[in-house]
Design a protein around this ligand. Structure first.
Ligand SMILES: C[S@@+](CC[C@H](N)C(=O)[O-])C[C@H]1O[C@@H](n2cnc3c(N)ncnc32)[C@H](O)[C@@H]1O
Length: 212
């Protein structure tokens, strides 16, 4: 997702009360909410998915992670507008910006209930396979922070990334809980992401749920 650098947007993001920059701060939030589960979406883009999910489950904590601060700034604007229009405040939703490969330096062992990966960048060239968020290196980092038997829910419209992820997850030894070859033709509960809305008219959406 390419976004023009917008200094004002970044400034606004830095001032946003639910944008968490420091590891200490997110740890403080987690320790104040010991009775709650922590859900992460990695590569949240503009954030429709995690916003909707956090609204449906106000009793738990949702953290949207996005590598790109300019993209996160757009997500923040969208959230602020959504909250104003609906006269609500999603106190259980936080945004963070970091590379998913560093997840274990932010969260502690067993802190995370589930990780959502939606329409992750496919990185089609073989030489870039290590950057795919379902690469075994990433799966190993997720394991460090997920609770025992924690899950990953992964959706994509990209057949090559789907096949790659099946093999990568299988090789890592994850247990397949659910696999869908055409999610929108099922009646499974689904919150559509921005990419999903844009690309589902052109082909099936694949979904995998795996457990560690
Ligand atoms: C194709 S977009 C999908 C956005 C959103 N999930 C959706 O479905 O509409 C993938 C997003 O993942 C982010 N991303 C890519 N690599 C990442 C990484 N290593 N850590 C965190 N976010 C990453 C990108 O910046 C981009 O915004």
């Amino acid at each position: 997702m390419r976004t023009r650098f917008n200094a004002k947007a970044i400034e606004q993001l830095n001032e946003f009360d639910r944008y968490i920059k420091e590891t200490e701060k997110i740890q403080e939030i987690i320790s104040k909410n010991k009775d709650k589960k922590i859900y992460l979406e990695i590569g949240m883009g503009k954030g429709d998915f995690i916003t909707q999910l956090s609204m449906l489950d106000k009793d738990n904590i949702y953290i949207g992670v996005e590598l790109s601060p300019p993209v996160l700034a757009l997500a923040m604007k969208k959230l602020v507008r959504f909250e104003e229009e609906n006269n609500i405040r999603l106190d259980n939703l936080y945004f963070m910006s970091f590379d998913a490969i560093n997840i274990a330096s932010i969260f502690k062992e067993g802190q995370i209930e589930k990780i959502y990966l939606n329409f992750s960048d496919p990185w089609p060239k073989k030489k870039h396979a290590k950057r795919r968020l379902t690469n075994e290196k990433f799966l190993a980092e997720y394991k460090k922070v997920l609770r025992e038997n924690g899950q990953i829910e992964f959706k994509t419209d990209n057949r090559e990334l789907f096949e790659y992820s099946l093999v990568s997850m299988q090789n890592y030894g994850l247990k397949f809980i659910e696999v869908y070859l055409d999610l929108h033709k099922t009646d499974v509960f689904n919150i559509q992401t921005e990419y999903e809305k844009k690309f589902s008219p052109f082909g099936p959406i694949y979904k995998i749920i795996v457990e560690y």
